[in-house]
Design a protein around this ligand. Structure first.
Ligand code: ADP
Ligand code: MG
Length: 257
């Protein structure tokens, strides 16, 4: 039997050692261990397993929060039959995240409503679950932030932060145009990641029109050359999923009241 004083000291030690799950569970598990004749090692193993599992789960939740996804989307609710341009096997392979370990890129190109943002978030989610650091930005949001950090002399600090993320997601490149300075900052971020960190970019513009974003053929060519060197490209053209869903709803006969 543990004396009450021992139990208090043990709790204090576990707190100091930052082992909260063990602190919360050791008494209950000790009773179970006694009842089922577990060895000391088995008891200790079960306790440490619980602590490790809780930490892993907390870290994953923190990574998903830090990624800052605008909404929750995953692959389970992505309808592959609605999107013929998207090869399901390829996407499932990307969800295993080897491309991030290999520091390669993904580009999702296509018209609005074809599921680019959905897939980008789903792949980002899966990366965070696999232990990768992920950050999600819209292109306009990222450029604004880069310009703001530059104005406040915090650009290097911010670039270092971005450099520590394994996967940078840049959504909606091409919807809004940037100033020359903004485009150059974005170019710098993208180019710096070449063969070092992964990028996932979604755009409504075909590569041939990216000159509009980066204002100038030279910068665009230099960027595309790096970006597409190790890159999985999906051309997601087709009818808008949103549009199709809303048409389906309209076609359904109204219930009689
Ligand atoms: P895009 O970024 O290409 O404009 P979104 O990813 O925002 O398109 O898709 C628009 C809406 O339609 C979102 O709510 C998204 O979840 C949904 N959607 C698009 N494609 C699919 C799909 N194949 N299966 C399920 N939902 C989809
Ligand atoms: Mg989108």
């Amino acid at each position: 039997m543990t004396k009450p004083n021992d139990s208090m000291l043990l709790k204090a030690n576990l707190k100091q050692l930052r082992l909260p799950t063990i602190g919360a569970e050791f008494e209950k598990l000790a009773r179970e261990a006694t009842a089922s004749n577990q060895t000391f090692e088995q008891y200790l193993l079960r306790l440490t397993e619980l602590e490790v599992a809780t930490r892993q789960s907390n870290a994953m939740t923190a990574r998903i929060r830090q990624a800052d996804f605008p909404v929750e989307k995953d692959l389970e609710n992505f309808d592959f039959s609605a999107s013929q341009a998207v090869n399901k096997q390829k996407v499932l392979e990307l969800a295993r995240c080897e491309w991030i370990t290999q520091r390669s890129n993904v580009c999702l190109l296509g018209q609005p409503g074809t599921g680019k943002t959905h897939l980008a978030i789903a792949l980002g989610n899966s990366a965070a679950r696999h232990g990768h650091k992920v950050r999600f930005f819209t292109a306009a949001g990222l450029v604004n932030l880069l310009e703001e950090k530059q104005k406040n002399y915090r650009l290097d600090h911010f670039l270092n932060q971005l450099d520590r993320t394994d996967l940078l997601i840049c959504d909606e490149l091409g919807y809004l145009s940037f100033s020359r300075a903004g485009a150059e900052l974005l170019f710098q971020v993208f180019a710096d990641r070449y063969e070092r960190r992964s990028l996932l970019i979604t755009s409504n513009l075909a590569f041939s029109d990216w000159g509009q974003i980066f204002q100038g053929e030279r910068m665009t060519a230099a960027l595309l050359d790096r970006l597409t060197h190790h890159c999985e490209i999906f051309e997601m053209n087709g009818e808008s999923y949103r549009f199709r869903e809303s048409m389906k709803q309209k076609k359904q006969p109204r219930k009689k009241s």
